[in-house]
Design a protein around this ligand. Structure first.
Ligand code: SN0
Length: 316
């Protein structure tokens, strides 16, 4: 695997989920494979789970890790070809990616959307800049439009907890005070489609995700209707795609409450974290026995480990 930026880079997603679950049951099987290999993690944005779980995955494989907060500690990067760099940007992605490739055998990049231009965000200028100009494999640690490591961990978690072959899985939009990326939701839909769940997306009008991603998936604007008989509720806020970056107003009743969960088939609650308690989800739901959020976070280690393993072995 030369890059892991979306499900499109994965030849057999189900096999990758199974490989990740195998890592969970036997985490040190490959602890010599990464000897003298270095993983470089480059962060343009904050991270807790991704930063720690990906390092832990690398340690389980015997790798060394270097972590760099590019926004605060690095030079300001330029991504446009041909630009005259007489203003704020100090180093071109062409050199930066090539240089990091001298030190690292695999590079991970975290970059959020800027919300300045939908076109630029969906063109994935930062992540694709690294993919294009690095000479080593690149992993998305969440990019402007996708978060595939999160989705891989989520697919593991659903597989572990589902009671039927084709569970009803609802991706529900939830309120949030800030403009958040569509990345987690986009990836979740792509992976859930592949897993052939009974997938329903619930979002307020005006918060539809990009049409090519949700193609073939039932989208409803009535959260209560969607929750009926659901086995899994995956809560996530995203800002508007159509009115790009706009946040929802007067939509507080989309919060996940015990009353809403009571409509489900004893549904499990999922969220990628970090989560704003009592805005996104009521304390009673996230603290209930049906909450899988910590298990999802645990699985992030093995999701990253499966991807690193494939890259170290140079497998597809
Ligand atoms: C990010 C997002 O994509 O929604 C990362 C999730 C893995 N979440 C946030 O930025 C939350 C920030 C906040 O203010 O609550």
């Amino acid at each position: 695997m030369k890059k892991f930026s979306s499900i499109g880079d994965v030849e057999d997603p189900e096999a990758l989920v199974n490989l990740a679950l195998e890592q969970k049951f036997n985490p040190y099987k490959w602890d010599q494979l990464g000897k003298n290999k270095t993983l470089g993690l480059l962060f343009f944005n904050p991270s807790l789970r991704t930063r720690m779980s990906t390092q832990k995955a690398a340690f389980n494989l015997g790798m060394n890790v270097m972590v760099m907060n590019l926004n605060s500690d690095g030079w300001t990067l330029e991504f446009e070809d041909g630009s005259i760099m007489n203003s704020t940007s100090q180093e071109h992605i062409r050199e930066a990616a090539a240089v990091v490739s001298q030190y690292c055998d695999i590079i991970g990049v975290r970059t959020f959307p800027t919300f300045k231009s939908r076109e630029d965000d969906y063109a994935e200028k930062v992540l694709n800049g690294f993919i294009e100009h690095a000479s080593v494999p690149v992993i998305s640690l969440e990019s402007a439009t996708r978060h595939p490591l999160q989705s891989l961990a989520d697919m593991m978690t659903i597989k572990e907890h589902k009671a039927k072959k084709k569970p009803k899985v609802v991706l529900s939009w939830v309120p949030h005070p800030k403009a958040l990326p569509q990345a987690v939701a986009n990836s979740f839909v792509e992976w859930a489609k592949e897993a052939e769940f009974d997938l329903v997306i619930a979002n307020p009008q005006g918060f539809e995700l990009e049409a090519s991603i949700t193609k073939g998936v039932q989208v409803v604007c009535d959260q209560e209707e969607a929750f009926k008989d659901a086995d899994f509720i995956y809560a996530k806020n995203w800002s508007s795609f159509d009115d790009y970056g706009k946040i929802g107003e007067n939509l507080d009743d989309w919060m996940i409450t015990p009353e809403r969960m009571a409509l489900t088939n004893q549904g499990k609650f999922m969220h990628c974290l970090p989560v704003r308690r009592n805005v996104v989800v009521h304390d009673k739901v996230i603290d209930s026995e049906n909450s899988l959020v910590i298990k999802q976070a645990e699985n992030r280690v093995y999701a990253a480990q499966a991807v690193l393993l494939k890259m170290l072995k140079d497998e597809n």
